[in-house]
Design a protein around this ligand. Structure first.
Ligand code: ATP
Length: 222
């Protein structure tokens, strides 16, 4: 059976999560204490409930523990976010994902048992900075403190060379995981693949090595 999701807090973030999951074919219960927000999202999700998620009885009545994943997207009211997370874990929800306002909020959420804490504003800010500094980086995903995946467009530096010619791994210390050529995705491309200008390269590596690659391929970004 497909996973069932409940989203608590239907601001811009929670609303977008709920709508996107529903559009992808998942069952989504959307919960908010504000009747207007509940009404606005009703057309885009499977069920809506107007309830205060800090009310344990309300959560029990909803049968919240039967959902595979509950996303807590309450923003400003940090106390409500913490209380809700605590109740959800106490009621036995298997996976609770919570949006944090700041690092301290995130730390508290982790301590009380949140399974995943997300920082959408901070992460989006970091990604925007990467694309501002270096317009050739289309996407940036931080895997750990030291490792990332970047998506770059192949320019003349790469064009008409194979990965072997470029001696990619030895020269840059990072690996090309996949290449998108005119919409077609080639996963784990062979070393003999000849890169075309405009190909999208998905490169994984240590941040220092990725930086070295960018400096050599796109010296104009410096
Ligand atoms: P965003 O940036 O995603 O728009 P935000 O971070 O500004 O949102 P808020 O607007 O503070 O977050 O909260 C998001 C939603 O959570 C609001 O629609 C609010 O009504 C709802 N909410 C807040 N507290 C509770 C609660 N105790 N129970 C249910 N919903 C709640």
């Amino acid at each position: 059976m497909k996973k069932q999701f409940a989203i608590i807090g239907l601001g811009r973030f929670g609303g977008s999560v709920a709508e996107t999951l529903h559009a992808k074919g998942y069952e989504v219960l959307a919960i908010d204490k504000n009747p207007n927000h509940v009404q606005d999202i009703a057309r885009f999700v499977t069920h809506v409930i107007e309830a205060d998620s800090t009310d344990e009885n309300a959560l029990q009545e909803i049968g919240i523990r039967n959902f595979d994943v509950v996303v807590v997207a309450i923003g400003e009211d940090i106390q409500a976010s913490i209380m809700t997370t605590l109740l959800l874990k106490e009621l036995g929800v298997a996976k609770v994902v919570v949006k944090a306002q700041n690092n301290l909020h995130g730390k508290v959420l982790e301590k009380i048992g949140a399974d995943k804490v997300v920082y959408p504003e901070r992460d989006m800010g970091t990604r925007l900075v990467h694309s501002l500094i270096s317009p050739n980086i289309l996407e940036y995903v931080e895997l750990s403190k030291d490792h990332s995946i970047i998506e770059i467009t192949a320019n003349r530096f790469f064009a008409n060379h194979t990965l072997l010619d470029l001696d990619f791994r030895v020269r840059f210390g990072c690996s090309v995981m996949a290449i998108k050529n005119q919409g077609e995705l080639i996963i784990a491309p062979p070393a003999t693949y000849e890169i075309r200008e405009g190909d999208l390269l998905f490169v994984i590596g240590n941040n220092k090595d990725l930086k070295k690659l960018q400096e050599q391929a796109y010296p104009e970004d410096e």
